[in-house]
Write a protein that binds this ligand. Structure first.
Ligand code: PEP
Length: 251
């Protein structure tokens, strides 16, 4: 179902105490009547305790930042979708550009992660986005559409309906350089049309497509004004409860 979502991605920040403190601050300052669904994307160590603390609270959920592309077994250091779900967590970020770049995750592996997540009734926040080099070659639309095709187009309509997409141009992540609201809207509209060409207009119109890349309280409102922009995936600014909630309240 299409809804406004603002998801934080803490990345590899916050030890157990710091994570509990930050999440508590978000919980204390959120009213529960925010227009956007709030999601906190935390390291695995936080999932159990934070999923517990948001249980039964309206409008706030926890996400893992990754899950394995294998169901179980001898994969030392990996965490399965089933393990994530067993903590009470309901979302999982899949295919963040840092995982694609530093851990060589491919579109095919990401398709497997999406399947395993859906099998556990986790909601995937599926990330896509192009590098600066690809944008400068003007191949960004076809590149990002291919990411969606190769990782999501095998899904049934019923499964696709559960997916959230985050468009994150790599050149805007953690760089302070954000896409303009026009660039974000243009890509989101292109992606929605691509989804419609395969899954039909109704399902494409029901999909939440978030923008990510140096989103801050000062630029979120303008970015979220795009008619195809349904919220944001927020890295750096999600580490400060006031900044994060200011973004949540930017609609
Ligand atoms: C991210 O990591 O998903 C992200 C968008 O980071 P930042 O907001 O810091 O650019």
């Amino acid at each position: 179902m299409r809804q406004k979502i603002v998801a934080g991605n803490w990345k590899m920040n916050n030890n157990l105490e710091a994570g509990k403190k930050l999440a508590q601050e978000v919980l204390d300052k959120a009213t529960g009547n925010e227009e956007a669904q709030i999601v906190l994307g935390t390291p695995f160590i936080h999932l159990t305790v934070l999923a517990d603390s948001v249980a039964g609270k309206k409008g706030i959920e926890i996400a893992a930042q990754n899950c394995s592309d294998k169901a179980s077994g001898a994969y030392t250091g990996e965490t399965s979708a089933e393990m994530v779900k067993s903590t009470g967590t309901n979302y999982v970020i899949i295919g963040h550009s840092e995982r694609r770049e530093y851990f060589n995750e491919t579109n095919a592996q990401l398709a497997a992660k999406v399947d395993l997540a859906l099998a556990q009734e986790l909601i995937p926040i599926f990330c896509c986005g192009e590098s600066l080099e690809i944008r400068e070659k003007e191949e960004h639309f076809s590149y990002v559409k291919q990411q969606l095709t190769e990782s999501l187009f095998h899904l049934s309509s019923a499964d696709f309906a559960k997916i959230v997409i985050a468009y994150e141009p790599i050149w805007a992540i953690g760089t302070g350089r954000t896409a303009s609201s026009a660039q974000a809207q243009e890509m989101h509209a292109e992606l929605r049309a691509h989804l419609a060409s395969h899954f039909g207009q109704e399902l494409a119109d029901s999909c939440s497509i978030l923008y990510g890349g140096s989103c801050k309280p000062s630029n979120a409102k303008e970015i979220f004004e795009g008619s195809d922009v349904d919220g944001g995936l927020i890295g750096g600014a999600s580490l400060n409860a006031n900044d994060f909630l200011a973004i949540v309240n930017s609609f």
